[in-house]
Ligand binder design. Structure first.
Ligand code: ST9
Length: 106
C-alpha cells in the first residue's frame, strides 16, 4: 500500500527532524543506550542492513554504533522507520511523566 508507506516515511522524517533540531544539552539527557537505539534504527531505515566492516580496536565509539546497527539484521526499512517513531513516542512520554507537576499544569 503506497499511501501507508508514504505515511511511515513522513512520520519518520518528522521524528528525525525533531531529534536533529534538539539542542545538544537540555533538561533531558538521553542514555547511551537510547542514543544507540535511535542510531541503529536511523541507519537501518536510511541505508538498509549493515554491510560495512566493523571498526577496529582504536574506534570504540564506532564499534558501539556498528553493533547497534548490525544487530538489527535484515529488518526492513519500513519496520525501522516505525520502530524509530515508536521509540521517540516512548521517550517523549517518559520525559512528560518526569516533569514536575507545577510545570505540567502551567
Ligand atoms: C532537551 C529538550 O533536553 C527536552 C527534551 C524533549 C525530549 C523529546 C523526546 C524526543 C526523543 C529524544 C531522544 C534523543 C536521542 C538522540 C539520539 C541521537 C542519535 N537519528 O550529521 P552528523 C547519525 S534536548 C539517529 O555528523 P549532527 C548520522 O548517520 C537535550 N541518528 O551529526 C551520523 O552517523 P554516521 C538532549 C542520526 O547532524 C551521526 O548521527 N539533546 C540522526 O551534528 C552524526 O551525524 C539531544 O539528545 C537521527 N535523527 O547531529 C540531541 N541524524 O556518521 C539529539 C543523524 O555513522 N540530537 N544521525 O552515519 C543530536 O545529538 C544530533 O542532532 C544528531 C545529529 C547526533 C542526531
Amino acid at each position: 500500500n503506497m499511501t501507508e508507506t508514504e505515511n511511515h516515511q513522513k512520520r519518520f522524517q518528522a521524528a528525525v527532524d525533531v531529534i536533529q533540531s534538539l539542542p545538544k544539552k537540555g533538561e533531558y539527557t538521553p542514555s547511551y543506550d537510547v542514543m544507540l537505539r535511535f542510531y541503529g534504527l536511523y541507519k537501518q531505515a536510511m541505508c538498509g542492513p549493515c554491510k560495512v566492516a566493523k571498526p577496529g580496536f582504536w574506534d570504540p565509539v564506532g564499534r558501539y554504533k556498528w553493533d547497534a546497527w548490525n544487530r538489527l539484521g535484515e529488518m526492513s526499512s519500513e519496520a525501522a522507520m516505525t520502530a524509530y517513531v515508536d521509540e521517540m513516542k516512548k521517550i517523549a512520554q517518559e520525559v512528560i511523566d518526569c516533569m514536575p507537576i507545577n510545570e505540567k499544569t502551567a
